[in-house]
Design a protein around this ligand. Structure first.
Ligand SMILES: Cc1cc2nc3c(=O)[nH]c(=O)nc-3n(C[C@H](O)[C@H](O)[C@H](O)COP(=O)(O)O)c2cc1C
Length: 214
């Protein structure tokens, strides 16, 4: 084989590895996905509800499982709880900048983006653990859709979120005001997006659950 062919083969190999690693889910993402898709228990009285976006995101590259979904998977696994993903009828763009524009417009218009499907028998759950990312210093507007469409009266509601610096951005007390007939625990868990994807994020999540007596 001449030198030129060998060089082409090496370049192809390197390119192949780069492309594979930028598109393949990490093993953590695969595990999280398996956990989120698993039905744990017929008797679970705790439901983990979460909204999370996949695609290009700040600080974490291109995700196949979003930061908030990673936390949801730790909670679901630890508590052996059921989970429900809030899926928008109109999917948010993979591109970060396009998503920023849409989220901003939705907030300015006080929109209520539609949710696909419904929770199966919400009455069977006495505790809802609700998670979301911070978008423009607030919950994504679709969280309002969820809170207005589902009757959470009398239920215990715990909150968690991921962010890039805003912590909970005051959303825990806002949700507590909105859900005045529920028992909202405002001692929520907020974790920076990048940390959410690490062993440290998992450990912080379990620690928080223990502190809440779960
Ligand atoms: C549209 C949009 C707006 C955002 N606004 C904020 C913000 O105001 N404050 C903040 O700390 N992070 C903000 N972020 C960062 C996200 O909260 C953070 O990346 C989060 O972990 C994303 O979670 P997800 O992967 O579950 O969607 C924003 C991200 C997006 C896409």
């Amino acid at each position: 084989m001449n030198k030129k062919i060998i060089s082409i083969m090496i370049i192809s190999l390197i390119l192949g590895c780069v492309i594979t690693s930028s598109y393949a889910a990490t093993s953590e993402e695969t595990t999280a996905n398996n956990i989120l898709n698993e039905k744990y228990s017929e008797n679970s009285k705790i439901l983990v509800v979460y909204f999370s976006r996949t695609g290009e995101n700040y600080n974490v590259g291109n995700t196949e499982v979003g930061n908030t979904a990673m936390i949801a998977s730790y909670i679901k696994e630890y508590l052996k709880a059921d989970s429900y993903e809030i899926v928008p009828v109109k999917k948010y763009p993979e591109g970060y900048d396009e998503c920023l524009n849409i989220a901003k417009t939705e907030q300015q218009e006080n929109a209520r983006p539609k949710i696909e499907g419904k929770i199966d028998n919400i009455d069977k759950y006495d505790t809802i653990i609700l998670g979301y990312p911070i978008w423009y210093g607030d919950t994504p507007m679709i969280i309002n859709t969820f809170l207005e469409e589902n009757k959470l009266d009398g239920k215990t509601v715990l909150l968690f979120n991921t962010h890039e610096g805003s912590k909970d951005a005051g959303t825990y007390s806002k949700i507590a005001q909105k859900l005045s007939s529920s028992k909202v625990n405002t001692n929520g868990l907020n974790i920076q997006g990048q940390t959410a994807r690490t062993a440290e994020g998992k450990q912080q999540t379990i620690q928080w659950l223990k502190e809440q007596g779960l």
